[in-house]
Design a protein around this ligand. Structure first.
Ligand SMILES: Nc1ncnc2c1ncn2[C@@H]1O[C@H](COP(=O)(O)OP(=O)(O)OP(=O)(O)O)[C@@H](O)[C@H]1O
Ligand SMILES: [Mg+2]
Length: 272
């Protein structure tokens, strides 16, 4: 799941979950809620020279050429249980790739990502829901992906839908939803699974002001309960509000890391 695919494709907002521990746990004995990323490298293939016609295929019988695009280049960072850490950086700097690695949507090319505990991820628009199924059906599927049993989803269903405020639309196919409605449903499922680690990738921005405020309150409440949060956003004041610490990614490399206000200020004043 995850990866490419717009809202028109088979995906929408994703809730992704993995309960990870044991052998892959952060440093073996690390406490639940720890994220430990060591020397993480991630590449994508960037294809060139696509052939356009059958003649070209026949005449130039060869593979498509590609180069490796290194989206992450040796990222090392650690998030302690209960910490809220922001990840900021220009478009294409590797933030979503980092979160996808933590959510185990993609495998690292090199290096290790260890997470202790249940991970709930709200990734960017483009992964997760089945467009032809209803909101109700997607809540059950998404809940299962997040590690909940059917019974658990049923027990929390009204709360999930109530939080999303989508009661009227819950039996419509999600392809008829607006971006904000996708986000509402995805966020509602993701925060109702009692995760140890919550990953949020730049999705709140599509919500209206009232729902964004509700999401922020919910995130603050989860933080107060000790949930570890990794928060990606271009909304710098929000990052400062939500996060204790910020990591600035620049072309796949950690350029700065430290107290939120300082790193945000440094990033805002960057000269490239
Ligand atoms: N599925 C993919 N296939 C090929 N290249 C990709 C893919 N996903 C991301 N990339 C490339 O990896 C780099 C990092 O992308 P990523 O989505 O992680 O950036 P980002 O920091 O989240 O950017 P934004 O602020 O725009 O959300 C970019 O150069 C992008 O083109
Ligand atoms: Mg992104």
């Amino acid at each position: 799941m995850g990866g490419a695919g717009g809202r028109g494709g088979q995906n929408a907002m994703a809730g992704v979950c993995g309960a990870v521990g044991g052998a892959e746990g952060a440093g073996g004995g690390a406490a639940v809620g720890t994220i430990d990323i060591r020397d993480l490298w991630e590449h994508y293939r960037l294809y060139h020279d696509r052939t356009h016609s059958l003649k070209e295929v026949l005449v130039r019988f060869r593979r498509a050429r590609y180069e490796n695009l290194w989206a992450l280049q040796g990222v090392t960072m650690r998030v302690e249980p209960g910490e809220a850490v922001g990840v900021i950086g220009a478009n294409g700097s590797g933030k979503s790739t980092l979160l996808k690695c933590v959510a185990r949507v993609i495998e690292p090319s090199r290096g290790t990502v260890s997470v202790r505990g249940r991970v709930s991820a709200l990734l960017e628009l483009g992964a997760g829901f089945h467009p032809d199924l209803t909101g109700r059906e997607n809540v059950f599927i998404n809940g299962a992906m997040l590690g909940m049993t059917r019974r658990e989803v049923r027990a929390r269903f009204d709360e999930i839908v109530g939080f999303s405020e989508l009661e009227q639309f819950i039996d419509s196919p999600v392809r008829t939803y607006s971006s904000g409605m996708y986000m509402r449903l995805g966020f509602s499922v993701a925060v109702h699974v009692d995760p140890d680690v919550l990953l949020v990738d730049e999705v709140l921005a599509v919500g209206d002001e009232q729902f964004q405020a509700k999401c922020r309150a919910r995130i603050a409440a989860m933080k107060a309960r000790g949930v570890t949060i990794l928060f990606v956003s271009h909304d710098l004041p929000r990052v400062q509000e939500v996060c204790d610490r910020v990591v600035w990614l620049d072309r796949g490399v950690v350029r700065a890391e430290g107290a939120s206000a300082e790193v945000v200020q440094e990033y805002a004043g960057r000269s490239e």
